[in-house]
Design a protein around this ligand. Structure first.
Ligand code: HEC
Length: 240
């Protein structure tokens, strides 16, 4: 059997010593740990696992204005990271808020992604310069237009459709699974009130006409298509 540390001739003999030292150290910490487990006021032990869990499952008092609360949740929930196309700013890439939450720009020509998306290289996936298209083992996914545009955004979505989509992880028209890297499984844990607030906020942002391409499964995705061919929708749309 290969030794885990071939360069270290002493290692096999050191192991028992190291394990003993670790056990002694752990034993020395036990009183401290059990002391910490005693009930204490939440303020004095803010980093207790139980406290973290409590704060994750018990949201802070909601802003009475659902739109303001929704804006806050969209901001901290990182929706702009993927659904607002990025541009190169003074300090590097940043969301282009003039295209707020309008999804992958349909007119952006993409060539097949670099070898970075080949797992054999140690890299699993690649993202477009706008951070709105992602290529990986799931094919190529494009972030949805979340603006209230009725033709290319979520303008015709009801509140129920929106909540059901984020709770089920199913694309609302076809029922197919929502692809990575959309972390719907995190948002599925938001309360109904929070999801309603996000929906309420999304109704108030400027509508942008931008018909995002449909997800491409691995067999026929942009990696295999000649440059630009994956963007068949692009000619028909004018993002603003
Ligand atoms: C890490 C990137 C990422 C983040 C963060 C993200 N999304 Fe997405 N989202 C995506 C991608 C990619 C898709 C397209 C997935 C597909 O086509 O299967 C998507 C799709 C969607 C859809 C459409 C689902 C459908 O049925 O077509 C909705 C709605 C959505 N996201 C809402 C949100 C909201 C709200 C937030 C923030 C709370 C958010 N997303 C954050 C990447 C992201």
């Amino acid at each position: 059997m290969a030794r885990p540390y071939p360069h270290c001739a002493l290692c096999p003999r050191l192991w028992p010593l190291l394990i003993a030292a670790a056990l002694i150290a752990a034993a020395a910490m036990l009183p401290a740990c059990s002391k910490q487990r005693e009930p204490a006021s939440p303020a004095s032990t803010p980093l207790q696992p139980s406290a973290i869990q409590a704060s994750a499952t018990t949201p802070p008092a909601a802003d009475p204005d659902p739109v303001a609360r929704g804006k806050y949740l969209v901001t901290v929930g990182g929706c702009n990271d993927c659904h607002t196309p990025w541009k190169l700013g003074k300090n590097g890439p940043e969301p282009d808020y003039s295209r707020l939450l309008s999804g992958h720009p349909a007119n952006l020509k993409l060539t097949p992604p670099a070898a970075a998306a080949d797992p054999k290289t140690g890299w699993a996936w690649a993202g477009a310069i706008t951070n709105t298209a992602f290529h990986g083992p799931w094919g190529t996914s494009f972030t949805a237009n979340l603006t209230p545009d009725e033709d290319s955004g979520i303008g015709i979505w009801t509140e129920k459709m929106f909540i059901d989509t984020l709770r089920s992880g199913r694309h609302w028209t076809s029922g197919r699974p929502i692809m990575p890297p959309m972390p719907w499984f995190n948002y599925a844990k938001l309360t109904d009130e929070d999801l309603k607030s996000i929906y309420a906020y999304l109704r108030t942002i400027p509508p942008v006409r931008n018909r995002v391409p449909e997800w491409m499964p691995p067999a026929k995705d942009v990696a295999k298509a000649p440059a630009g061919e994956g963007q068949t929708e692009s000619a028909a749309t004018t993002p603003q």
